[in-house]
Ligand binder design. Structure first.
Ligand code: SF4
Ligand code: SF4
Length: 262
């Protein structure tokens, strides 16, 4: 699994800013993340909501933040992202791990139970709209495309770019544009960073202007261990989209219209 945003689909069409390879301190932090992941795997908790599992993953997220800081500090760039900076939250966030969705669901049930009906209604509408876009891609856009054009297109990227243009805010944002699950937001959301004016992340400009965004992610060894953990706690047939996973974790059943794995 390639972590995020882009929030799958978030990677803009221009080249991403090149980040330097991990330095000694970043490599040491990555080593600690690997140890923590192996601990979680060998402990084999019955549930992702096991308190020790949650504490272990919280430590991993803290180490990940320190790892990102170290890499970016050794680059020519400075992060411009803020806590109440919601434009990238229009993305269809994919590459969310099953255990992360379980923890977000529990967090919402504990802290925002009154929001669940409206959240689930918005999430289902998101899924319906994505399905509509998916159908339109076949029926109206790709049907008459030339074979050489089709070969160059990444269908899922096209779909996710289309969804971004719909400006559907993540249902987990509050009315001020703050993430209501910030403390437990998925690694996918944490991986996507910008080094340019936040206004350039707007769907109207991200694909055509000088937005400097990139994915600052872990190395493949960590990805593989995360995948293993994801499979162990998967309850949704491999789905990794935040907007289709959450209704299951909030209401206990799975009825979102868009079920294709992106
Ligand atoms: S600067 Fe862009 S990528 Fe960063 S939090 Fe704001 S909208 Fe998201
Ligand atoms: S989970 Fe939070 S950070 Fe991620 S897209 Fe939703 S509101 Fe934004």
């Amino acid at each position: 699994m390639q972590t995020k945003c882009a929030p799958a689909g978030a990677a803009p069409v221009h080249d991403e800013p090149p980040l330097p390879p991990p330095n000694k301190k970043a490599r040491a932090l990555h080593g600690k993340i690997i140890i923590q992941l192996k601990n979680l795997l060998s402990r084999n908790a019955a549930s992702a909501l096991d308190p020790v599992f949650k504490a272990g993953y919280s430590t991993i997220l803290e180490l990940f933040a320190a790892y990102q800081r170290e890499i970016i500090a050794s680059s020519d760039y400075r992060v411009t992202c803020g806590k109440n900076c919601p434009l990238c939250c229009f993305h269809w966030v994919a590459d969310v791990y099953s255990f992360e969705a379980a923890m977000i669901g529990e967090y919402i049930q504990n802290h925002l139970p009154q929001n669940i009906p409206a959240m689930c209604a918005a999430l289902r509408e998101d899924a319906r709209l994505l399905q509509t876009l998916d159908d339109m891609l076949d029926e109206r856009v790709l049907k008459d495309a030339r074979p050489d054009t089709l070969r160059e297109l990444d269908r899922d990227d096209l779909l996710l770019e289309g969804f971004y243009q719909l400006r559907r805010p993540c249902a987990l944002l509050d009315e001020r544009g703050a993430c209501t699950v910030y403390a437990v937001r998925p690694m996918s959301c944490r991986s996507y960073v910008s080094f340019s004016d936040p206004l350039l992340c707007d769907p109207d400009t991200i694909y055509y202007h000088e937005a400097l965004t990139c994915l600052c992610t872990l190395e493949p060894q960590a990805d593989e261990l995360l995948e293993e953990l994801h499979a162990r706690y998967d309850r949704c047939e491999g789905d990794t989209s935040l907007r289709t996973l959450l209704p299951y974790y909030l209401e206990g059943f799975r009825d979102c219209i868009f079920k294709r794995i992106i």
